[in-house]
Design a binder for this molecule. Sequence first.
Ligand code: NAP
Length: 327
Amino acid sequence: MKKKIFVTRRLPSAAMELLEKNFEVECNPQDRVLRREELLQLVRGRDGLLPLLTDRIDGEVMEAAGGQLRVIANYAVGFNNIDVPAATARRIAVTNTPGVLTDTTADLTLALILGVARRLVESDKYARAGNYEGWAPLLFLGADVHHKTLGLMGFGRIGYAVAKRALGFDMRILYHDTRRADPELEKQVQAQYVDRDTLLREADFVSIHVPLTPETVRFMSTREFSLMKPTAYIVNTARGEVIDEEALVEALKNGQIAGAGLDVFEHEPAIHPALFPMDNVIILPHIGSGSVETRTKMGLMAAENLIAAFQGKIPPNCLNPEVYNPL
Ligand code: NAP
């Protein structure tokens, strides 16, 4: 008998087809995030779940699913929406989708760096409004990106991929991470390890690439913004909660920093209303991994994790392989 899988929102068709070939699949019929009570109801009796980063999967959801639940295959590399210890305690495997979205998210990071520095959104709005009257020496002057200093907070897969791109812009690359990277890796992208405060003081662009963990919540707050140069920009394609949004608004209002490129928000989907009128802020609706190719790959990867798990194997992207240890 096929295992029962619940998908919390429709995925690209190739992924849905692979799931449907292997499982009895039920999917959220609505194109919206499920409400908590709907989620608790719809997970009942499922052997596997395929949630998104917008679904909080905690012990209550696992209990609601029932004792047959064996795998939670998250459709994201970040897994802060899943209570992994609660899953481990119930011997439920949790998987994510690392790697396949690295380059796509790094591309978007560069787009934000370039977009905010060169005032792309603002200029586009101006031209569309019919205001353009010809080339002018002082029209929409922005900041250069090339030869500037990039500060990468987090030098994992995405941080490194951003460094590779920045090298092409002749940027000086600083990074901070929980530990220093392999010197060979540093050499490849000419990146220099520095402490957090040095990075904040010296970078012209601070780009966030740490996961959301208890240590990184509000990692960037009043003190951190006060260390940045008034000409520097902050870019966040990681998780919104890493930035104290109130402190960011203050820093922008006070001219402590020059601008921000944001793909994620502290209270997503809510966005601090003070950000909307600011022309030196680019606001994107969390599209870091949003290419057709990558969203398809993420779906196939999540499906492969489920398939492997129900074939009795340790899924390739298992975050808690200890659940497979004998009791
Ligand atoms: P990764 O390879 O795990 O890299 C994260 C790096 O940050 C690791 O080297 C990690 O070090 C480091 N780190 C963790 N805590 C830190 C701290 N307190 N201070 C300094 N460095 C710290 O992850 P990734 O694949 O690059 O993805 C990074 C994050 O991007 C994901 O967790 C996800 O939330 C986000 N993301 C967002 C989008 C989007 O749509 N906007 C798309 C993809 C990913 P350790 O290994 O030692 O912990």
